[in-house]
Ligand binder design. Structure first.
Ligand code: SF4
Length: 249
């Protein structure tokens, strides 16, 4: 058994009885596109802030997020969660919002869901520290882990948009329904969004997007790990297809 297959079986927890999918990833249609900084919902006061964010470098952006008071979540958070990983990553992973543990530690995807995400990434030869940058749509925790409100997403989306521009990843992997709907600006279900290639417009670039299940969902619904594995294979194919792509395990 080669190492990459062993890692895949490890996180799928299905052992050698599993029969790997062969051939090219299914469905490669562009089913969504969005635009980036400064494009939506800004009043006169907000517009100046958005314009500033759109030209920030990485450290300025991090400092802006750390001090951000743009929505009510600033009053309930312990700290902001900017993201973790390499700013030069070829794969950008996007989740919904920090949970309680992330709020305490200031890092996205910690705890059991984070461990599963690390195993998902390892299954395609990626590590959290080296190969990906992990961020959320919202940088602050919604109280009680409720769904983010539209006003909170509108206030915060420019930070993620600028992160996408600065990282300029070869692929964006979006985890879960809420993040997928936010990134792709759609109301479509995750069942209809996963399993295919979408597109995110960042400036003049069109960045491929793959949607899959959130690790927390997969912990509750392990039978869907097979579908998530196919999504990860699609992301790996897109990474390999990009010039200068990192070697994948
Ligand atoms: S969620 Fe985003 S917009 Fe709201 S306070 Fe936090 S960083 Fe600012």
């Amino acid at each position: 058994m080669d190492e990459s297959r062993r890692r895949a079986w490890d996180w799928l927890e299905i052992g050698p009885a599993w029969i790997p999918r062969t051939g090219a990833p299914e469905l490669e249609t562009d089913a969504g596109a969005r635009h980036v900084p400064g494009a939506t919902g800004a009043g006169a006061q907000d517009a100046a802030g958005v314009a500033d964010i759109a030209v920030m470098n990485w450290e300025s952006l991090r400092a802006e997020v750390t001090a951000c008071q743009r929505c009510a979540l600033a009053g309930t958070r312990t700290q902001t969660v900017f993201g973790v990983g390499s700013p030069q990553a070829r794969c950008l992973v996007v989740g919904e919002a920090p949970g309680a543990e992330e709020d305490r530690r200031g890092e996205p995807f910690v705890g059991r869901a984070g461990q599963l995400l690390d195993r998902m990434l390892a299954a395609i030869g990626c590590s959290r520290e080296r190969d990906v940058f992990i961020a959320n749509v919202l940088k602050c925790r919604p109280p009680g882990n409720r769904d983010p409100l539209p006003a909170e997403v509108a206030a915060c989306q420019h930070f993620l948009a600028r992160q996408v521009e600065l990282v300029a990843p070869a692929v964006i992997v979006v985890l879960g329904r809420f993040a997928a709907q936010s990134v792709l600006e759609t109301d479509a279900s995750i069942a209809s969004l996963r399993g295919q290639r979408h597109s995110y417009r960042a400036g003049s670039a069109q960045i491929p997007v793959v949607v899959t299940y959130h690790p927390a969902y997969l912990l509750r619904n392990p039978l869907d790990k097979g579908k998530a594995w196919r999504d990860l294979c699609l992301a790996a194919e897109l990474l390999r297809a990009t010039p200068g792509a990192m070697p994948l395990g």
